[in-house]
Structure formats: structure tokens, C-alpha cells
Design a protein around this ligand. Structure first.
Ligand code: NI
Length: 189
């Protein structure tokens, strides 16, 4: 399909709550085309994930994972390639049971974002999550994930609620330019 322009932080479209994919949109040509564009755009930018609002499309659709090593995150575990519509995330405790947000353990980790180029920051995320949603053809998705995989899901789904990772940074001493913080990654931003 096509490599689309990625909106950058400051664009109001990145701050909106995206519309759910409606029943008649599942398995449609338009949704198939949107996902092809998301995949082409993410691959061209070496992204770990991309959400529809990042290419200016007001729909609850995210893609993440590549199934192989990502040059922007060479030390990160491999995340399976996933397309997810209308996601719902529930935080879990160490027993992997649903719990209130304030009771869910957090973990800190570095994040970057294709809409915030050239920067990295440490963001607390739930360590364990349950997520549900639908595949593009309307099949239910129901998964338990942890660690980096859970972080990627939370980062991408945040784009659907109008949240960018800098809004979740707690310690701005751990926020800065990739070329300064991680000179070995500067060529991949
Ligand atoms: Ni992002």
C-alpha cells in the first residue's frame, strides 16, 4: 500500500480519543488497506508499533511487534506481530489476577515514539496485563502478557486514548535526546 506521514507531538489529532471500529468495518477493504498502510509505515520507520491516530486515522487500531529484532530496540525481547482493534487493558497483580490500578505492580523502562522523534524517556507501566480486543476480521483476541511485551501494548493503546509517553514520564532526569542518551542508537532515532 503506502508509507504514510507520521503525525508529530503537537498535532491535536494525537490527543483525541479514537473511535471504536464499528461492526460493519471489520473484514472491510478499508480496514485491510489501513492495516497495510500501518505496516508499511511502521516498517519504513523501524517502529516497534504504530497506532492509526499516528497516521491521522481516527480509529481504535494498533499494530505492534515485528516477530524479529528491531534496530531501534536491539536489546528488547521479540514481540509477536499483532493487529489489534478496540483494545481493553486490565492491570494484573503478580498472581496474574485482575486488580485495581493502584494495586498493580509497575516497572520502569525506556520508551521512544515515532511521533516524538529523537527522544527517549523512562516510563512506568504495568508489569502484567490482560488485554482483549478483536482481529481485523472480527475474531476475539484475549491475551495475558508481561514485561516488555506488556509495555508495548500499553504504549500503543495509549495512542488511542490521546496519550503520548512524555505525559507519563515521572522523572524528567530520565528524559532526553536519543543521540545523547544512547549514542549507539542515534542513527535509528
Ligand atoms: Ni508511540
Amino acid at each position: 500500500m503506502a508509507v504514510r506521514e507520521i503525525l508529530k507531538m503537537g498535532d491535536a489529532r494525537l490527543l483525541a480519543y479514537a473511535k471504536p471500529v464499528a461492526a460493519h468495518q471489520f473484514a472491510s477493504l478499508a480496514l485491510t488497506d489501513l492495516i497495510a498502510d500501518l505496516e508499511d509505515t511502521m516498517q519504513a520507520a523501524n517502529g516497534a508499533g504504530l497506532a492509526a491516530p499516528q497516521i491521522g486515522v481516527d480509529l481504535q487500531v494498533v499494530i505492534f511487534g515485528t516477530g524479529q529484532m528491531n534496530p531501534r530496540y536491539p536489546d528488547a525481547p521479540i514481540v509477536p506481530k499483532t493487529v489489534l482493534c478496540n483494545p481493553v487493558i486490565t492491570p494484573l497483580n503478580h498472581q496474574m489476577q485482575a486488580c485495581l490500578e493502584q494495586d498493580a505492580p509497575l516497572s520502569d523502562g525506556w520508551e521512544g515514539c515515532l511521533s516524538v522523534p529523537g527522544l527517549r524517556g523512562v516510563v512506568p507501566r504495568f508489569l502484567h496485563i490482560h488485554y482483549t480486543g478483536f482481529s481485523p476480521d472480527g475474531q476475539p483476541i484475549n491475551k495475558y502478557v508481561t514485561g516488555f511485551h506488556a509495555r508495548v501494548v500499553q504504549h500503543e493503546c495509549d495512542h488511542l486514548w490521546g496519550k503520548l509517553y512524555p505525559m507519563r514520564v515521572k522523572d524528567f532526569t530520565q528524559f532526553g535526546y536519543t543521540e545523547v542518551l544512547f549514542p549507539e542508537l542515534s542513527s535509528t532515532a
